[in-house]
Design a protein around this ligand. Structure first.
Ligand SMILES: NC(=O)C1=CN([C@@H]2O[C@H](COP(=O)(O)OP(=O)(O)OC[C@H]3O[C@@H](n4cnc5c(N)ncnc54)[C@H](O)[C@@H]3O)[C@@H](O)[C@H]2O)C=CC1
Ligand SMILES: CC(=O)[C@H](N)C(=O)O
Length: 309
């Protein structure tokens, strides 16, 4: 998600004023679109050097292992999602940075209200990913109340984007289905057809993040907000795609790990506080999302010289 956010921020603040970082080599288009540096969130001293040398003022901390991949490697997820976050929190406090850390629908669990899940309720997630995100929400809020850290956190729904390859999450099917629809015409879904989850188009996700980061502190009654756009099931998104590609075939082969995770997450998000406090409003519903994704995936495949249905 970082690349798209950097693009949007660069349009507003200037290319040279937004530095993108990762531990992975970026594709050529990312490397040539603005400053890019290597940064491992586990390397505290190097992060400090980058902050000082570049006179950083805002930090957006996206590095994490997502839900499904986290269950497959709990020790690494704990390291990146919790130890990495502590490094970032300490540095933000030390250097008076405005800090944004995303949370997720995965910060809720089977004992949370699911339809809708409000901002404040029981949070007992059953994944290391969810546990690390609740920890992040609580640590950030604690440091805000105790030391005045300008910590801001949005709980994202599943984010749908053409440019972000699925990163090992439970909501990944909702990206993959568009690629399959335009390549083989057949998608094998690892969730049951009636599994409803909150989802959002990437441009809404980035816009929410920037609008929230820009909001004056006095407007914020919370430091962690839900944001919502739509909720759909695999069956519903497939049906909407069939309005454009009538021959799409979907077969269902539920994967027990991801199905159990999805069944413990909210069906819908209550984002009324974000709407009231800082004016959050999504632009994309299911119809707009499907039309845009099909157009973008078709364009990408054509650019890459791949066949398109
Ligand atoms: N994609 C989605 O649907 C949602 C994402 N989020 C949150 O948004 C953030 C970004 O998610 P995505 O871009 O989808 O994930 P992703 O898995 O695509 O990207 C995570 C990035 O972290 C980097 N990373 C891993 N270890 C690192 C380390 N030691 N140091 C520095 N970087 C490291 C990876 O190389 C990767 O580029 C995460 O915090 C995630 O929890 C929240 C809700 C939904
Ligand atoms: C909703 C998320 O946080 C992420 N996409 C995942 O499925 O793990």
């Amino acid at each position: 998600l970082g690349v798209g956010l950097a693009d949007m921020l660069r349009k507003q603040y200037g290319t040279e004023n937004v530095i993108l970082s990762d531990i992975k080599k970026p594709p050529p288009n990312v490397y040539s679109s603005g400053p890019f540096v290597y940064a491992d969130v586990l390397d505290y001293k190097h992060l400090r050097e980058l902050i000082i040398n570049n006179r950083i003022t805002w930090l957006v901390h996206y590095s994490a292992l997502l839900s499904a991949v986290g269950e497959a490697n709990v020790a690494l997820a704990r390291k990146i999602n919790i130890t990495g976050l502590h490094n970032v929190l300490d540095l933000a406090l030390e250097h008076c940075l405005r800090l944004f850390v995303p949370s997720t629908i995965g910060a809720f669990g089977p004992s949370s209200p699911r339809d809708p899940a409000p901002d404040l309720c029981v949070q007992r997630p059953r994944t290391i990913y969810g546990v690390s995100k609740v920890h992040g929400e609580l640590m950030g809020e604690y440091l805000h109340h105790k030391y005045g850290l300008d910590f801001r956190c949005l709980r994202y729904p599943g984010v749908i984007s053409v440019n972000t390859p699925p990163g090992g999450g439970t909501t990944d099917y909702a990206v993959q289905i568009f690629h399959d629809a335009l390549s083989t015409g057949h998608h094998v879904c690892y969730l049951r057809p009636d599994t409803r989850l909150p989802m959002m188009h990437i441009s809404d996700c980035h816009r929410a993040t920037i609008e929230f980061m820009q909001s004056p502190e006095c407007q914020l009654s919370l430091r962690t907000y839900n944001i919502a756009a739509m909720s759909f099931t695999p069956e519903e998104v497939a049906q909407e795609i069939r309005k454009h590609l009538p021959h799409l075939k979907v077969t269902y082969n539920p994967d027990s790990v991801r199905q159990t995770i999805a069944d413990s997450w909210p069906i819908r998000f209550d984002d009324s506080n974000a709407r009231r406090d800082w004016g959050w409003a999504p632009a994309f519903g299911l119809e707009e999302l499907v039309a845009d994704m099909l157009r973008s995936v078709r364009e990408k495949r054509t650019d890459e010289g791949l066949p398109v249905r």
